[in-house]
Design a binder for this molecule. Structure first.
Ligand code: NAD
Length: 491
């Protein structure tokens, strides 16, 4: 079994605890790698390496050279995309072909933010005072801490790291305890690309043992977190003790709204991809489908029919379309929600069962599941399942769709299917979400901001503006001929 070490200051080191834990393959259920169990002392080593790099070698590298390093890293990721995808897929159980697509696309983040590194300009301010000159400098913050969940370790770290490095910060990464291996593999590419020691560091382990000491470390200036809202709240509260800058990308229960004037073939595909991609284990899952009353029954029939054709099994087999659930606790949670939905009176029209047999490995598989007769007050309509479970609700008209769509604590994303331009514009304005997709779902790009409103998070990742989320504006005043009078009349 492969045993990893922590990656600190471009060196591979054992955790101070000399303890490791096993990473499991969600398909076979077998342990395949040993991951270092880091604690507070390792947090200190990693943060101090990043802090020293920030003050030292990294600060002497010009923005253009920084950009070239990021670009080089992108080329190495493209070169090694297949081996990175094999490791990430083995750890998180997502379809290998999907992960490969994600990792190839991830390289473009480094090209895009590499290109931006020498284009973040300050400003001269036409200030309202005579004889003084004012300008704004944008400066990197220092050590950025990235904390990520298990569903997409490499891409979600990249969303934070590419703009943060572009801005001139240094990084400490804490991946999920379930999916740590791929970041160690990425670390090798940082060395090969020529990044100075300490710019990028990886420490692994559990939230309370290593995550919390990292969050509280006095030399961490900025925290970029993706994960569940419970951990998000704890991190936000701990960060408040030292007023650290924080961005949070949390969960969702996104409405995917189909009007009767929609292209229904497109809409059916969009609803299915919206919920069942990555076996429903995505934050933007369109897990609440709102159907206009007049099309409800026929649409549900088509949804159920197509859903039952899903090819389920080994994620490494390119013929399969649905893989296992990544973790055992998540598998149990999804089963609980299926039971809750039934108890609440929702009706299951597709799936709902656990799959067992030789083609389902260790048995961590749940059929793609659709519930109808769901009302918006039910738990299955309000709470994030993070699995292949769709809730279908009915609505009457635009106002009703907006009311139900917004009647939830989350606000990550929303989908709308309509051929009316008026409706498309109205819904894009009135839905409270960080992203609205009209006649498409799950589109994403490094060039546009992503993030949530309400309890889906704070801050945005992606797009030019995201670089400034990792910088502070400094206002500089220079007197050209400003006299400083004495404060005291008697001198
Ligand atoms: P999680 O919140 O349990 O864990 C996320 C990370 O936080 C892990 O690395 C964990 O070790 C760490 N952590 C936990 N407690 C901590 C603490 N007190 N201090 C510091 N670190 C701590 O999430 P998960 O179960 O791994 O992932 C699923 C969740 O992630 C879902 O709710 C999903 O919606 C969300 N998610 C959001 C997005 C988004 O962009 N909005 C994307 C993917 C996943």
């Amino acid at each position: 079994m492969k045993r990893y070490q922590l990656f600190i200051n471009n060196e591979w080191v054992d955790p101070q605890s000399k303890a490791w834990f096993e990473s499991l393959d969600p398909f076979s259920g077998e342990a395949w790698a040993e991951i270092p169990r880091a604690e507070a002392a390792d947090a200190d080593r990693a943060v101090m390496a990043a802090a020293n790099a920030f003050e030292g070698p990294w600060s002497r590298i010009s923005p253009s050279e920084r950009g070239m390093l990021l670009h080089k890293l992108g080329t190495l990721i493209e070169r090694d995309a297949e081996s990175l995808a094999a490791i990430e897929s083995r750890d998180n159980g997502k379809l290998t072909r999907d992960v490969l697509g994600q990792i190839k696309y991830m390289a473009k983040y480094y090209y895009y933010f590499g290109g931006l590194a020498d284009k973040i300009q300050g400003a001269v301010v036409p200030i309202d005072k005579p004889k003084v000159y004012n300008f704004i400098r944008y400066e990197p913050m220092g050590v950025v801490l990235s904390i990520t969940p298990w569903n997409s370790s490499l891409p979600l770290t990249t969303w934070k790291m590419a703009p943060a490095l572009c801005a001139g910060n240094t990084i400490v990464c804490k991946p999920s305890e379930y999916t740590s291996a791929s970041l160690f593999e990425l670390a090798k590419l940082f060395v090969e690309a020529g990044f100075p020691p300490g710019v990028f560091n990886v420490v692994t382990g559990f939230g309370d043992e290593i995550g919390d000491p990292l969050v509280r470390h006095p030399s961490v200036q900025r925290i970029a977190f993706t994960g569940g809202d419970e951990a998000g709240r704890r991190i936000y509260a701990a960060a408040a003790q030292s007023l650290k800058r924080v961005s949070l990308e949390l969960g969702g229960k996104s409405p995917n709204i189909v009007f009767d004037d929609a292209d229904l073939d497109q809409a059916v595909n969009g609803v299915i991809a919206g919920i069942f991609s990555a076996t429903g284990q995505t934050c933007v899952a369109g897990s609440r489908v709102l159907l206009q009353e007049s099309i409800h029954d026929a649409f549900v029939q088509r949804l159920a029919q197509i859903t039952k054709t899903a090819k389920i099994g080994n994620p490494a087999d390119p013929a399969n379309e649905i893989g296992p659930i990544t973790t055992k606790p998540q598998f149990d949670k999804i089963r609980d929600y299926i039971a809750i939905a039934k108890k609440e009176g929702a009706r299951c029209v597709a799936g709902g069962r656990v799959l067992t047999g030789p083609e389902f490995g260790a048995g961590q598989f749940i059929e793609p599941t659709i519930f109808v007769d769901v009302t918006n007050d039910m738990r299955i309509a309000q709470e994030e399942v993070f699995g292949p479970v769709l809730s279908v609700l009915k609505f009457k008209d635009e106002e009703d769709a907006i009311r139900i769509g917004n009647d939830i604590k989350f606000g990550l994303a929303a989908g709308v299917w309509t051929t009316s331009l008026h409706r498309a514009m109205l819904m894009s304005e009135r839905l409270k979400a960080g992203t609205v997709w009209i006649n498409n779902y799950r589109s994403s790009s490094y060039a546009t901001p992503f993030g949530g409103v309400k309890q889906s998070g704070i801050g945005r990742e992606g797009g030019i503006e995201s670089v400034k989320e990792f910088m502070e504006a400094k206002s500089v005043w220079i007197s050209t001929d400003l006299k400083m009078p004495s404060l005291f009349a008697g001198k």
